[in-house]
Design a binder for this molecule. Structure first.
Ligand SMILES: NC(=O)c1ccc[n+]([C@@H]2O[C@H](COP(=O)([O-])OP(=O)(O)OC[C@H]3O[C@@H](n4cnc5c(N)ncnc54)[C@H](O)[C@@H]3O)[C@@H](O)[C@H]2O)c1
Length: 338
């Protein structure tokens, strides 16, 4: 069965392509390489022994999207990762984010609506919850006013899919709300490749550990948490990739209860910034140079998932510990700087 993975050369997309191929799916990737590299195909091939089909297309080009679906009538499902994801940049360039994250979503959904039956998985984010009132966060927690255009594209994306599913019986969709993805494939053939200054904590930690950056800034240690630093739910990227495969299978097998569903994907455990640093120091045997600085505007205090729904309905559970995931990120960092 052929599955289109948009953004399949990116961090989460490449790990998901591996899991799909290992389950026997035929994969076609669309990526414009705006935040990835064609070399990632070699990494995927080294792991799975099979080179996925790849088309370099910018999904903002509506005609090319239409043309792709004309040529690939046999695509049964789409996992849509392609998006821009830098929160700060989205504040500076809102229209770029609305065009790339909303425009491309609409073009793909339009094509799927032309089919009798289609399955669609959307990369959403725990940012939709903002600072939730209760921990752990369930899927029923209210969606809060978005803090950035990026966050808004995830909220709007979910609404666009829900509205479209309501009037399109053949379209079945799941939005996965990721918590904080991290780590690299155990083979170290693929991993996170941030262009420029990393936006996420873990690549910043590993880049500091390897000496690419002088110091890690810890934004605030006066939050109302045990050690005063912010708490997040770090989910290993291979666990996250597997969640996409089970979600897709649920739709393809027609086991979904509704034609639009939402699931949290996290570990269910919160770790503070200092705990993440300690994890790095444990697995690398290195002291990390870090400094506590002022809080960063827009950071929420605590976010970790209630994963009961994904555990019970998808039959999915995260397997890797923070240390195991951190170790994979460190092995990967050392390999790419070799
Ligand atoms: N990494 C995270 O912390 C995180 C958390 C929550 C949600 N998400 C979402 O998950 C998805 C994947 O994230 P990621 O971390 O793998 O990001 P990534 O940047 O590594 O991957 C996205 C891929 O999409 C491609 N792309 C972007 N715009 C495109 C376009 N117009 N046409 C074709 N390809 C395009 C990029 O080149 C890149 O390879 C995104 O939608 C992101 O918003 C990520």
């Amino acid at each position: 069965m052929k599955i289109l993975v948009t953004g399949g050369l990116g961090f989460i997309g490449s790990h998901t392509v591996v899991e799909l191929q290992e389950k026997g799916f035929e994969v076609v990737i669309i990526d414009d390489c705006s935040n990835s590299d064609e070399q990632v195909l070699n990494g995927i091939t080294a792991i799975t022994g099979k080179r996925p089909e790849f088309e370099k297309i910018d999904l903002k080009e509506k005609d090319k999207v239409e043309d792709f679906f004309k040529r690939h009538q046999d695509v049964a499902g789409v996992i849509h990762f392609a998006a821009s994801k830098a929160v700060g940049e989205s504040v500076e360039k809102p229209l770029l984010y609305y065009e790339n994250n909303i425009g491309t979503l609409v073009y793909i959904l339009k094509e799927l609506c032309k089919k009798n039956k289609a399955s669609f998985i959307f990369s959403s984010s725990c940012t939709v919850y903002g600072q939730a009132d209760k921990m752990p966060i369930t899927e029923d927690a209210p969606v809060k006013v978005a803090e950035s255009p990026y966050g808004n594209t995830k909220q709007m994306g979910e609404e666009i899919i829900a509205d479209t599913c309501k009037v399109t019986p053949g379209l079945n969709a799941i939005a996965l709300r990721y918590f904080n993805p991290m780590g690299a494939h155990p083979s170290a053939e693929i991993g996170e490749l941030p262009k420029g200054v990393p936006q996420n904590l873990v690549p910043f930690i590993t880049q500091t550990g390897i000496g690419l950056r002088d110091q890690l800034a810890v934004f605030g240690d006066d939050y109302p948490t045990e050690d005063g630093t912010c708490i997040r739910d770090y989910i290993y990227v291979v666990d996250l990739a597997k969640a996409h495969v089970v979600a897709l299978e649920r739709l393809l097998d027609g086991k979904n209860a509704d034609n639009y569903e939402v699931f949290n994907v996290g570990t269910g455990t919160g770790s503070s910034v200092l705990e993440a640093i300690q994890s790095f120091e444990r697995v690398s045997g290195k002291k990390l140079n870090y400094k506590v600085v002022d809080r960063r505007p827009g950071d929420i205090t605590t976010a970790y998932a209630d994963t009961t729904k994904a555990n019970e309905i998808l039959g999915w559970k995260s397997e890797y510990t923070l240390d195991e995931a951190m170790k994979s990120a460190w092995v990967w960092e050392q390999k790419i700087r070799d």
